[in-house]
Design a protein around this ligand. Structure first.
Ligand code: PEP
Length: 252
């Protein structure tokens, strides 16, 4: 019913030359994969060259961040129009590393989300709890706050274009993956919350990715869960062969 969507988040890795070599290899190794939406999120400096290398392919180009203003005196920032202008179709918003190291809040995440949607850039909204929050039984309340505030004033017409990435912070880059049952429990919670906010029919359309140490060995069981609609992949997306194996997971 929902088409899987798998995106590789390269974070601050790869020069432009390395990025082009990686997508060329990736493009060649995923030609048989027809039923999964596949994206890559290189650093800003490589976006244009990667978009060029992927021209004519089904793979799409994702930015890792953007500013909410359309232009202005914001040294070091990049606007949504600058991203669409070079071929980006999606943008990651509110990654936990941005929240943790660059002081992003639900309020700034919401401004970015609205600006992206207005600029015809489809957002991937990242949410997730820390280990302390999970151990303190605060997972659902933390996620509820991130969803409600992150999506404030986002109309139903736009919501269908938003992908949510559930990324438990304790699982990012740590090698610890949420079990399929843990992921399913949270994804079902997020979907029921979306149902409260937007109605069940729309909530059933929204794709919810899992992120946190996804690799070729665990993608299969994660994807068997009914509310897991794809993955946001960090470390394992930096090699064409491991990312190609992930996007080629076999449907159950
Ligand atoms: C990420 O950065 O979004 C991520 C999930 O990283 P990793 O796969 O390396 O845990």
């Amino acid at each position: 019913m929902r088409r899987p969507i798998i995106v590789g988040n390269w974070k601050m890795h790869k020069t432009t030359a390395e990025a082009v070599a990686l997508v060329n290899a990736l493009r060649a190794s995923v030609t048989q994969v027809q039923d999964v939406d596949i994206g890559v999120a290189p650093p800003f400096t490589a976006l244009m060259a990667v978009a060029e290398a992927l021209r004519g392919s089904r793979l799409f180009v994702v930015a890792q961040n953007m500013h909410w203003e359309p232009q202005g005196a914001f040294t070091g920032e990049i606007s949504a129009a600058m991203l669409t202008g070079i071929g980006c179709t999606r943008v990651i918003i509110g990654h936990s590393e941005r929240r943790q190291y660059f002081a992003e809040t639900d309020a700034t995440v919401n401004k970015k989300l609205r600006a992206a949607l207005n600029a015809q850039l489809d957002p991937l909204l990242c949410i997730g709890e820390t280990l302390d929050q999970r151990e303190g039984n605060a997972t659902f309340s933390v996620l509820e706050q991130q969803v409600r505030h992150g999506l404030a004033d986002i109309a139903a017409e736009s919501m269908a274009r938003v992908v949510i990435a559930y990324e438990p912070i304790w699982a990012i880059g740590t090698g610890k993956t949420a079990t399929p049952t843990q992921a399913q429990e949270v994804h079902a919670f997020i979907r029921s919350l979306l149902g409260e906010l937007y109605g069940k029919a729309l909530a059933d359309e929204v794709r919810i990715q899992y992120g946190g140490s996804v690799n070729a060995g665990n993608i299969q069981t994660l994807m068997t869960q009914p509310d897991v609609d794809g993955a946001l992949v960090g470390g394992a997306s930096l090699e064409a062969s491991s990312f190609a194996q992930i996007v080629s997971f076999q449907r159950g």
